[in-house]
Each structure stands twice: as C-alpha cells, then as structure tokens.
Design a protein around this ligand. Sequence first.
Ligand code: NAD
Length: 348
Amino acid sequence: MFSRMKEAQINDIHFRHDKPTGLKAMIAIHSTRRGPALGGCRCIPYDHTEDALADAIDLARGMSYKAALAGLDLGGGKAVIMEPAEAYDREALFKAFGRFVEELGGRYITAMDSGTMLQDMDWISTETRHVTCTSHSGDPSPYTARGVFAAIKACLQASDALPDTLQGLRVAVQGAGNVGFELCRLLHEAGAQLQVADIDEERRQCCIDAFGANTVPVDQILTTECDILSPCGLGHILTEELIPKLRCSAIAGSANNQLAGPEVGLALYRQGILYAPDYLINAGGLIFVAMSHEGQSEADIYHRVDELGDTLLKLFHRQEQSGEASSLIADRMAEQILYGNNDEAVAS
Ligand code: NAD
C-alpha cells in the first residue's frame, strides 16, 4: 500500500469501519497544498478492498490535477464507500460517513460521485459542513457539459482537419446522461448534427425527441464516422486495439479516465486524432461546486468554465511544438502548478 501511495504521491489515507451501520469507507487525500481536498464519494459494491483502495488512490490524484488545471485553490481527495452486500439503512450509513468526514476537520470536502445522490449528501450534511452537492447547492452536470462544449470549440480552432464552425459539425455522443444530454442541447442549439448512443432506451429517445438526433447502436458509436467523438458514459473505453478503427478527427467528452492506459494517448497522437484530456475538460462541475461553495456569482462561474477552452488551446499549442501526447502534457502542466512554477504552466 505504501509503495502505491508513493507512486501516486498520495499524502494520507483514512479508513473507517462502523459496525452498527456496516460502513466500510476510505478517504484518500492526495494533496492539500493548494487548499482543502475536494472530491466525490463513490458508493458501489467492491469484491475486494484492494479494488476500492485503488479507486480511491487513482481518483484522489486525478482530483488534484483537475483542480490545478482549472485554477482552483483546492487539493484533491476521494472517498470510497464499499456498498454493503446485504440490506442496509442508507440514511444511517451516510450519516456515519458524514461523521467520518467531520473528523478530518475540513481537510477533505465530499461531493457526489458514482452511486451517490443528492439525498445522500443531504444526510451527510446533518453531520458535517464539509460537503457540497446537497439539494441546496444544485446540479454540477450542466457546468461540466459547458466545459466540454468549450473544449469542442477549442478543438475546431486547433485542428485543420475539423470545420471552422459548429454549424453542421458531426458529433457522436456516447452516453446521453446528465452531462451527455446537456451537451447535446448546447451542440444542437449551435447547429451541430448529433449521433447518439445510450444503453438506456429512454435517454436515447429523449435525444431524438428534443434534438432530432440520429441514434447509433451502442457497439458502433465509438467507431462511427464523425468529426468529434464525445465519450460521456464510461471510462477505460479508448484502448490500443480501438485506435486504428476510430473514424473521428478529435475526441472530447466528459467521461473520467477515458484512456485505458498511458500508451493510448501517444497512439491517438500518432493516428492524427486530437485528444482533449478528460480531467481538464470535465472540470466544469468541480468549478461550479467549488465557486458556489464560496458564494461566487453565476457569471464568474461561467467565465471560469469557459476558460477551460483557453487552457486546452495552450495545451494543443504545446503538443504541436513537442509532438508529445496531450495526456502527458496535461499531467505535466498540472504537476508544474502543483509542485513547481505555476505561472510558467499556464502562461506558456
Ligand atoms: P450519468 O450516469 O447521468 O450518464 C451516463 C450515461 O451513459 C447513462 O445514460 C448511461 O445509460 C450511459 N451509458 C453507460 N454505459 C454506456 C455504454 N456502454 N454505451 C452507451 N451509453 C452508456 O452520468 P453523468 O453524470 O452524465 O456523467 C457521465 C460521465 O462524465 C461519467 O464518466 C462521469 O464520471 C463523468 N463526469 C461527470 C461529471 C458531472 O458533473 N456529472 C463531472 C465530471 C465527470
């Protein structure tokens, strides 16, 4: 475990087993150097504790990088609750988790993630104020979609292989959930042509009804011919085997951890596909959560979200100069902000 922590540069990991409620949870804090570690709480079943720990570690690090590139004074952390296999009292479980968060005294601020809902955050908020995404604070998804939309516009500016305008742009969206649907709305309003796939029939139908989208079978969306592929469903979908089959000029979507491995970033670059690093462009929700927690205005939040497109352009510019994978450049830019010269990272 310690070598894993060293590798991911994780500062501390906290564990809690609360016998009365069955809570088994861990909170990984990657860094609090730039501010409190903000990151969601997953609550999903795990077969092995090691898998839950691996998730907490990887995701905590990603949050630090995401916050750094978004220019937020926050560190990165993540909580994982191993969902009990037997029937359990959800309210009691999340209240126990809230007490766990409270004991960390504000070093970690929790939020929604896979398998958690607004109601869970409301229960947590009865025990600690170090929680966001409650029913009072609103849904971050539209802000995440806005950031991805800004990134798509930056892709058009950066690539000669793409049209100059959103009008008629062919975008294939995998997953029309909270973020994907909102992204489809923004693209539709800007005149883009949508191709959508979702395993959920109802969500797919909503896109047809609302935006006149074409639907594509779930197993064909990634390889469908389009200008931009926008993965807004699951992670680990871009594998080395898939790259030669892709028929898009750029990839820009909200899904976390889209690259199945670090080598895939370079494979995409060699294939001539522009890749907008996921944790950079899906930071809109985090920006909303952090800035609204501080009481900042809607206009300021929008402005900061739209700036994600500018950061992406800087990254693509660096890619042109260095010939490296955009995913590696994003890591390096975040590391410079976290550990090195801040101004150099964002200005050059
Ligand atoms: P969501 O659960 O609302 O939507 C995901 C959608 O993808 C669902 O409609 C689901 O049916 C669909 N889907 C799942 N597997 C699929 C498959 N194989 N093919 C096609 N569709 C599939 O989730 P969301 O909040 O919209 O988030 C989407 C992604 O963006 C996730 O990876 C999430 O981690 C990431 N993300 C979300 C936010 C946010 O603000 N919600 C912020 C940052 C990152």
